[in-house]
Each structure stands twice: as C-alpha cells, then as structure tokens.
Write a protein that binds this ligand. Structure first.
Ligand SMILES: NC(=O)c1ccc[n+]([C@@H]2O[C@H](COP(=O)([O-])OP(=O)(O)OC[C@H]3O[C@@H](n4cnc5c(N)ncnc54)[C@H](O)[C@@H]3O)[C@@H](O)[C@H]2O)c1
Ligand SMILES: O=C[C@H](O)CS(=O)(=O)O
Length: 492
C-alpha cells in the first residue's frame, strides 16, 4: 500500500515520487510505504488551500460545524478500525489507541459546538451615533505539523478548530505515523469537506515542514514536537513573520509528600510513567519523594512494576507496547548509561528486550533509578521512554524547587492530603498543567493544553484557547451620525 498526498480533494499518483517504509514497532513488519513529498507538492497544496479559503470562510460557522459533526460521526463508526491501525503504526496498546481515537471524536463534537460560539464583543463607543464591536476572524491558510506519539488526537486538536474558524489547512504528519493521517483524509473526503479545505502532505520535516513555513501564503504554523525541532520552526517562522504555536518537550514530575496516599501515588506513577511506554509529552519521568516515605514508595513501586505485561499492543493482555523505533531504543539505552555514570542507583529494568515474542520489535524494560541528583542529566533531559528518576526531598518548598528546576514546564502532579500543601503547590508549580492526587497524564480536550518555559511559547492546544491560535480579532466601528466625528484620540 502506497500513501499519497491528499490535495484539493484529490489523491496523489505514484508517478516519480520517492517513498519510505512504515513499520510496525511491535515486530518490524512493513505496513505501508509513504510518499516523501517535495517543496513543489507543498506549493500545490498551499495553492489549493488558498483558493478554497475565501469561499470556506463565507460558509456560516454553524454550517462549517456540521462538517465536524459528520466527521465525528464517521470516526465513531470507524473507531475500532482506526484504533487497530493506530496500534499497528505507533505501537501503543489497543486500549490506549481506543482512548486516543475517542479523544479525536470528543474534539470533533466539542469544536463543532464552537461553531455557534465564536463570540466577539459589542462595546459602547466613546462617541454618539457610533457603534463598536469586535469579531473573531479566520486567518487564512494554516500549516499543521504533528508528532508520532498521538498521530490522530493532536491532529484533531489543531485541524478541527482551524476549519470551524474558517481557515483551510495543510497537515504534515510525522513520517513515522502517516497511516492515521491517511485514514483521517479518507474521513474528510467521506464527510464531504469541500475541496482544498483539508490537505495532507506526507514527507520529512526538513523538506515538507520547511516548505510550509517558507510559503508566504501560509499564515500560521501550529507545531507539536520536540523542543529542539520547535526552536528551528520558530526561528524560520520568525524570519517569515509567521504566527507560530509551539507544543514541545516535557520532563514531568510527580511529587509524593509524607502525608500522601502511597498506594494511590504508586498507581499514578505507574500509569503516567509507563503508559504509552513513557512516550507521552506529559509522561512522568521524575518522582520527587519525601524522605519519610521514600523507602516505602520504592518498595511498592518495584512490586507494582513486576505486574506490567510488555508486548505487542494489539494483544489486549499487554499493558506496555514497544517504543516507536530503534533510534528511540538507542536514546533510552544511552540515558540509562548516563544515569549509571552519574551515580544514580538502578533499582529495576535498564535493558532492551529482544528475545522470544520481542523479536523484531523495539521493546524496553520499565526502568527505575533512585538517589538521582536533581541537577543530573538523567533528571534534567527528556528521554521519552519508560524511565523514572526518583529524587529525594525533605520539604514541599524543596519539592517545588526541584520540580521547577528543568527547562520544560508541561505537566506536574502532587500527591498529598493536606489542602494547604495542595494549594501552595498548584500556585507555585511552573507548568501549564497541574494534577492533584492523580498522575501527570490524561488531559481533557475542553481545557487548554500546553506548557510553560521550554515546552511552549504561550499558545495552547485544546479548549477554547485553541481558537486563539486560528483566529485574529477584528475591531469594527460604525459611525451613523452622518458627519465626520473625530475620536477622543484626535480631540485632545
Ligand atoms: N507538548 C505537547 O503537546 C507534545 C505532545 C506530543 C509530543 N510532544 C513532544 O514531541 C516529541 C516527540 O515527537 P517527535 O519525535 O515527532 O518530535 P519531532 O520534533 O522529531 O517531530 C515533530 C514533527 O516535526 C516535524 N519536523 C521535523 N523536523 C522539522 C523541521 N526542521 N521543520 C518542520 N518540521 C519538522 C516532524 O516530521 C514531525 O512531524 C517529544 O519531545 C515530545 O515531548 C509534545
Ligand atoms: O499528548 C497528548 C496527550 O493527550 C497528553 S495526555 O496523556 O492526555 O496528558
């Protein structure tokens, strides 16, 4: 199967294009071949999106919303198929894949509702016989660049608000996970989305991503990915005066205080750290444990880790699937060695899994380090795999300082039964998302999603906040006095 671009409502042909294989991370088997598009392909897509956008913006927002309701309906119809494909190409276990597809369905219905709530304001003018109002206006053609770990959910967080607001888009999915983008393009087509509104261009970030950012007709770039890549996107976007929204890396911590429910904390850590094989931007990679409960927490964590079943995510009995590819495995192994060299104590895991049913796949043992120095590389740098660094502290103030000591600021969590500690923490934890007595993952689509510092640049995905990325305010003054009135600014 060859995955070709979807541009202007048409599927690309195979002529003369280069392709790269899409492989199942559970067993290394080839699932499809995906087109490596060129800058010319991007130009074709942008021209189609630009031609369609003026007409699309004139479709009343509630009518645009109807397309999202239809997309949501079709996604429900195809949920199991989409989930199976997602598990095959990304590796996450099937129950997580179903959860991710559901997140996309929920976003369809949520953003469709926004089609009747694109509120502006009417405000009293300072002059007689003059009317003033503001409206949310579409921006035009937007570029969406998405990561491989949530190949459908994150794409819906961007594409759905973009189109309900009256924009058209070019979407560049991650090269590792193009099949979900192919499936979504089929759904856009089945839902009857007008030609040119949704365009999917497969290919490398360096070629397709760069061409999107450099194209003068692309007005906004919404990027989710690593901080390293995000920085490059922002630099190039800045040179081309693009509005750029960035959602990037994380090094998220769970704080366990001396008054916490330890069993609940263990459940939260286990799910947040090892769910999706640790490949969520919000994954827990640091545990900041109060010295009074550190030993008990370690023992209960180690016991719980023994019950984790690892294998092909398509097998419902497995709780942890493979990591995305060999490069990811190498990075995780590298950081395990860094941890050992830095003097951290390896309590569990630390190895790739290659024998038996792991053959051909990219599997890594759930790994727990303790006695990790808060300023060590192991505790500071994003590993993006199933590795926990446990750091010991002796006060809430120290816990908050350690939590905030990394360049990232996406998600954090505190387990405590003390309301004073909880409210001090939710105020002082420098992250875009804070959980209390829960793990660091599990965002809900109707709240803003994003992070501070090296995780983001002030914008947010999800919730109404996402509309701020894909609209611009237009202020309108209507003077019905029949004469030229000078505003206050001109009369002093
Ligand atoms: N904050 C969030 O909401 C969030 C969510 C998911 C993943 N992430 C982060 O994403 C990373 C993992 O995803 P990834 O490996 O796909 O990240 P990545 O940065 O390697 O790639 C992200 C996207 O950018 C594209 N890209 C690569 N180079 C580019 C360039 N020069 N110009 C334009 N686009 C380019 C890629 O093809 C891909 O589509 C992790 O760091 C994770 O923390 C963040
Ligand atoms: O990255 C996308 C996920 O939705 C994040 S979370 O697991 O919901 O926090």
């Amino acid at each position: 199967m060859k995955l070709n671009n979807y541009i202007n409502g048409q599927w690309g042909t195979d002529t003369g294009a280069d392709y790269t294989a899409v492989k199942n991370p559970a067993n290394g088997k080839t699932l499809a071949e995906v087109r490596l598009s060129t800058a010319d392909d991007v130009s074709e897509a942008v021209a189609a999106a630009k031609a369609a956008q003026k007409k699309w913006a004139r479709v009343p927002a509630p009518k645009r919303a109807d397309y999202l309701y239809e997309i949501g309906r079709i996604m429900i119809e195809k949920k199991e198929h989409l989930s199976q494909v997602l598990t095959k190409e990304m590796g996450k276990v099937i129950e997580e894949a179903r959860g991710e597809v559901q997140e996309g369905i929920d976003m369809a219905y949520y953003m469709a509702g926004e089609g009747r709530r694109l509120f502006g304001e009417t405000v009293p003018s300072e002059l007689d016989n003059k009317f003033a109002m503001s409206v949310r206006a579409p921006i035009g053609v937007v570029g969406l660049i998405t990561p491989w770990n949530f190949p459908v959910a994150i794409a819906t967080w961007k594409s759905f608000p973009a189109i309900v607001a009256g924009n058209t888009f070019i979407w560049k999915p991650a090269t590792e996970t193009p099949m979900m983008a192919y499936e979504m393009a089929l759904i856009f087509e089945e839902a009857g989305l007008p030609e040119g509104v949704a365009n999917v261009v497969f290919g490398s970030g360096g070629t397709v991503g760069t061409a999107m950012i450099e194209n003068p007709d692309v007005r906004v770039i919404s990027f989710t990915g690593s901080t390293e890549t995000g920085r490059r996107v922002a630099e190039l976007g800045g040179r081309h005066l693009k509005k750029v929204s960035l959602e990037m890396g994380g090094k998220n911590a769970i704080i366990v205080m001396d008054d916490a429910d330890i069993d609940l904390a263990v459940d939260g850590i286990l799910w947040s750290a090892f769910g999706t094989a640790g490949q969520r931007c919000t994954a827990c990679s640091r545990v900041i444990a109060h010295t009074h409960i550190k030993q008990e927490l370690e023992q209960k964590l180690l016991e719980a880790m023994k019950g984790l079943t690892i294998g092909d995510g398509a097998d419902e009995s497995n709780k942890i699937g493979p990591v995305i590819n060999a490069k990811a495995l190498e990075k995780i192994s590298y950081y395990v060695n860094v941890g050992k060299e830095e003097g951290a104590k390896l309590l569990a895991g630390g190895n790739t899994l290659t024998e038996g049913h792991y053959t051909g796949g990219h599997y890594f043992e759930p790994t727990l380090f303790t006695n990790v120095a808060a300023d060590s590389r192991l505790a500071q740098e994003e590993i993006f795999g199933p590795v926990i660094s446990l750091i010991e502290i002796s006060s809430l103030e120290e816990a908050i300082e350690v939590n905030n000591s990394v360049v990232y600021g996406l998600s954090s969590s505190i387990f405590s039964r003390d309301v004073n500690k909880i409210f001090q923490a939710q105020r002082d934890l420098d992250t875009g998302i804070v959980y209390v007595n829960a793990g660091t993952t599990g965002a809900e689509i109707h709240l803003p999603f994003g992070g501070t510092k090296g995780t983001g640049n002030g914008h947010r995905d999800s919730g109404v906040a996402a509309l701020d990325v894909f609209t611009e305010w237009k202020s309108i003054y209507v003077d019905f006095s029949g004469k030229l009135q000078r505003a206050q600014i001109d009369n002093n």
